[in-house]
Design a protein around this ligand. Structure first.
Ligand code: 13P
Length: 246
């Protein structure tokens, strides 16, 4: 059985006041103890949130680099994250891929390096609208997964987030059937290309316009093991999303 895992990706949002309000609704909860909860925090606030988050809420960075230290202006390393007691990192988000031109290979290097240095990783994949309309959804999602599989052998500390780009921040959620179809096909691809054991145990989150209103139906699909939530993770409804599966 795969433990339900819900991440809140704050992206480049929040200030000290707003973060205080988010921590307040997380503290108030109540959060289902059977669900893992991870908040993805802007780098500058990681330590503050790590120190002030309620027990059981884990903290993730939204990116990190593939080297320990050196002349990489603006970057942070997995070792730095560990140094401030951050155990998770989100890598390969579609905004990193599209706005910052991160390619499959760089993302795979980052995932491998983060894992080697003791972080747990939420690795994001997903097709664009153009790719979906060209019937290339599985080709893209499998390719993005295969790139990571070239460099990662132990998948224990990896969660995959399937986030169709057309559903991110658009209010156009994938239907439960659309999401389940991709999650199921991806799990089959993992069974063939990696191993049946990894396919059975790896958690695959859905992300893209998840809200309190649509989370229950999405969360009841057999191959959806949690969510990666953007906009709604900044609001009290995030608690309801965490509790989607009771
Ligand atoms: P929204 O929930 O705002 O659509 O964002 C999803 C996302 O990108 C989470 O990483």
């Amino acid at each position: 059985t795969r433990k339900f895992v819900v991440g809140g990706n704050w992206k480049m949002n929040g200030n000290k006041k707003q973060i205080g309000e988010i921590l307040d609704f997380l503290k108030k909860g109540p959060l289902n103890k059977d669900t893992e909860v991870i908040v993805g925090v802007p780098a500058l606030y990681l330590e503050h949130v790590q120190s002030n988050a309620p027990e059981g809420v884990m903290v993730a960075a939204q990116n990190c680099y593939k080297a320990e230290k050196g002349a990489f202006t603006g970057e942070i390393s997995p070792q730095m994250l560990k140094d401030v007691c951050v155990d998770w990192v989100i890598l390969g988000h579609s905004e990193r891929r599209q706005i910052f031109n991160e390619c499959d290979e760089l993302i795979a290097d980052k995932v491998a390096f983060a894992l080697e240095n003791g972080l747990k990783v939420i690795a994001c994949i997903g097709e664009t609208l153009e790719e979906r309309e060209a019937n290339k959804t599985m080709e893209v999602v499998n390719r993005q997964t295969a790139a990571i599989a070239c460099k990662v052998k132990d998948w224990t500390n990896v969660v995959i987030a399937y986030e169709p780009v057309w559903a991110i921040g658009t209010g156009k959620t994938a239907t439960p059937a659309q999401a389940q179809e991709v999650h199921k096909a991806l799990r089959e691809y993992i069974a063939q290309s990696i191993s049946p054991d990894v396919a059975a145990s790896i958690r695959i989150q859905y992300g893209g316009s998840v809200t309190a209103a649509n989370c229950k139906e999405l969360g009841s699909q057999p191959d959806i093991d949690g969510f990666l939530v953007g906009g709604a993770s900044l609001k009290p409804e995030f608690v309801e999303i965490v509790n989607a599966r009771q």
